[in-house]
Design a protein around this ligand. Structure first.
Ligand code: IPE
Ligand code: IPE
Ligand code: MG
Length: 236
C-alpha cells in the first residue's frame, strides 16, 4: 500500500479508532467469474495491507468485521473457506515478522468455534498483549448478541440495575475506546449488526469500493471526510 506523489496523511488523537465493515468480497469474485471464496482470499490479503497502512498513518486501534453471527447462514463451503483463511491468518500472526507489532483481540462469541481454533486465538491474544497497535477482529460477532451477553454477565455478577458504563465495560470491546470512524465498503448503507452500542457517535463513511480493492488512497479519502465533519455529540 504505497502512494505516489502525495503528502503522507497523518491522524491525531481525534481519530484514534477506525472500524471497517469489510464488505464486497463475494461481488469482487463474481465480477471476475470466480467463486465467492476467491473473493474472501483477496479480501484477507487486502485486510493485512489495510491494517498495516492504518498503523503507519498513526491509528491506534483498528476493528474489522470478519464474520457475523448471521454469516453462518451462508453455504457450508463458503463458511469453511472463511474459517480456513482465519486459520492461515492465525499462522501469520504467530510467525510473520511484520505481524509482530500488533496486539490481537478477538471480539464475538468464540464459544461455538472449534476447540483448537479457540486455543489458537487465546494464544495469539496472550503473546501479543502489550503491543502498540490494537487490532480487534470481530468473529462470530453480532452487536445484539454482544449486548445480550454483556447484560447476562452483569446479572450473573449480581447486578439488579445497570448503567451505561456497566454495559460498556461488559462488552467484548471493553478495553478499546468507541470507534471514531466506521468505514463500510461494498456500497450497502447499513451497519449489519456491527458495534451497535459503540457506534452511538461514530462518524460513518460508506464507499462503493469493494473490500479487496480498498486502497491507501481510499483510506485517505475516508480520513479527509472524517476531518471535514463536525462532531457535536448533541451539543451546538
Ligand atoms: C464480506 O464480503 C465478507 C464477509 C461477510 C465474510 P461478502 O462475502 O458479504 O461480499 P458480498 O457482499 O457478497 O459482495
Ligand atoms: C457484514 O456483511 C458482515 C461482515 C462484513 C463480516 P454482510 O454481507 O454479511 O451484510 P449484509 O448481509 O449485506 O447486511
Ligand atoms: Mg456482503
Amino acid at each position: 500500500m504505497q502512494k505516489k506523489d502525495k503528502e503522507p496523511i497523518r491522524v491525531d488523537e481525534r481519530l484514534a479508532h477506525i472500524a471497517f465493515i469489510m464488505d464486497g468480497n463475494g461481488r469482487w469474485a463474481q465480477r471476475r467469474m470466480m467463486p465467492r471464496e476467491y473473493g474472501h482470499k483477496a479480501g484477507a490479503a487486502n485486510f493485512k495491507k489495510v491494517v498495516r497502512y492504518c498503523g503507519n498513518i498513526g491509528i491506534k486501534t483498528v476493528t474489522v468485521y470478519a464474520f457475523s453471527t448471521e454469516n453462518w447462514s451462508r453455504p457450508q463451503r463458503e463458511v469453511e473457506a472463511i474459517l480456513r483463511l482465519l486459520n492461515e491468518y492465525l499462522d501469520a500472526c504467530e510467525h510473520d515478522r511484520e505481524a509482530q507489532d500488533i496486539r490481537y483481540r478477538f471480539i464475538g462469541d468464540r464459544s461455538v468455534l472449534p476447540a483448537d481454533l479457540q486455543a489458537r486465538i487465546e494464544r495469539v491474544e496472550r503473546v501479543s498483549a502489550g503491543r502498540v497497535l490494537t487490532l480487534n477482529i470481530a468473529l462470530n460477532y453480532g452487536g445484539r448478541d454482544e449486548i445480550v451477553h454483556a447484560c447476562n454477565a452483569l446479572i450473573a455478577a449480581g447486578k439488579k440495575a445497570v448503567t451505561a458504563e456497566d454495559i460498556s465495560s461488559a462488552l467484548y470491546t471493553a478495553d478499546s475506546p468507541d470507534p471514531d470512524l466506521i468505514v463500510r465498503t461494498g456500497g450497502e448503507l447499513r451497519l449489519s449488526n456491527f458495534l451497535l452500542w459503540q457506534a452511538a457517535y461514530a462518524e460513518l463513511y460508506f464507499t462503493d469500493v469493494l473490500w479487496p480493492d480498498l486502497s491507501a488512497d481510499d483510506i485517505d479519502e475516508a480520513v479527509r471526510h472524517f476531518y471535514a465533519r463536525q462532531r457535536r455529540y448533541g451539543g451546538v
